[in-house]
Design a protein around this ligand. Structure first.
Ligand SMILES: NC(=O)c1ccc[n+]([C@@H]2O[C@H](COP(=O)([O-])OP(=O)(O)OC[C@H]3O[C@@H](n4cnc5c(N)ncnc54)[C@H](OP(=O)(O)O)[C@@H]3O)[C@@H](O)[C@H]2O)c1
Length: 240
């Protein structure tokens, strides 16, 4: 299987790439030239590195990179500095999803391509009833006004729910929602839920990046897991 990962140089993306390579998969990544990758994966024989900023690549280039891929994963996120949070591209995650889905369709895949989008528990799944408190809704309203990356995460998920939908012939998707991300050295037990079981604003739990990478690797390589979660927005927490 060949998997394209965007955001592969990020704290979660690089862990995902490492785990996919360990499972024997072939991985293509698109990273900016200044991005760092751990030495161990940089020279891996099953890793194809494409240098460039995803927003600067033409559709023709993207089609070339996407057409042999069975899975696309986005671990993109806005860099946590002033330029990353408030500068351009404000729609990094959403525009990348739109463009990659466009070129997936253009490439006329013979079987549906799987798209895994890394998202957040701060974004609710409006396909199903997810109850939130009034204070929660107030804070989310503020985040929408003040934090462009939050709006980008919401719009990217909405794009899959509403524009791609659950019965698309060319694309199947899963939107993965970690709670507060933390770093850990090893994979540890974690739980999977269709919706948050604690308030992501006032009672956030923890999710290790390595556990999210593990969950995404399982989704990609285990057919029954994919079938169980496709078209949904699973929430992952570290087991306390
Ligand atoms: N922090 C949390 O507690 C939390 C909780 C839940 C969900 N999330 C979400 O989880 C996702 C990933 O988190 P993370 O900590 O693994 O992210 P991260 O380490 O910040 O990685 C972000 C990735 O996006 C890339 N990127 C950023 N701006 C870019 C641009 N303009 N053009 C191309 N690539 C760009 C980065 O590339 P470079 O290496 O080149 O900069 C990097 O590969 C984010 O969407 C975040 O919203 C975060």
């Amino acid at each position: 299987m060949t998997i394209l990962v965007v955001g592969a140089s990020g704290a979660t993306g690089r862990l995902l790439v490492e785990q996919l390579l360990e499972r024997g998969e072939t991985v293509k990544i698109i990273i900016r030239t200044r991005s760092n990758l751990p030495h161990a994966i940089h020279n891996h024989k099953n890793l194809d590195i494409i240098y460039g900023s995803i927003g600067d690549l033409s559709n023709e280039q993207l089609i070339k990179y996407v057409e042999s891929c069975h899975v696309v994963v986005s671990c993109l996120g806005h860099n946590l500095n002033l330029k990353g949070v408030f500068g351009q591209p404000r729609k990094l995650v959403t525009d990348t999803a739109r463009r990659l889905c466009h070129v997936i369709k253009e490439s006329e895949p013979t079987q549906p391509v799987k798209y895994v989008l890394m998202n957040t528990t701060g974004n609710s799944n409006r396909d199903i009833p997810e109850t939130t408190t009034l204070p929660h809704r107030f804070v989310i309203g503020l985040l929408r006004l003040l934090l462009p990356p939050h709006v980008d995460n919401e719009n990217a998920a909405d794009f899959f729910r509403t524009a791609i939908g659950r019965n698309n012939e060319g694309i199947e998707w899963v939107i993965v929602r970690p709670d507060s991300l933390i770093d850990a050295t090893n994979v540890s037990p974690y739980t999977e839920h269709p919706s948050p079981v604690r308030d992501p604003i006032f009672d956030a739990g923890e999710t290790s990046r390595i556990n999210i990478a593990h969950f995404m690797s399982e989704l990609i390589t285990d057919h029954s897991k994919w079938e169980a979660w496709k078209g949904q927005m699973p929430v992952i927490y570290n087991q306390p």
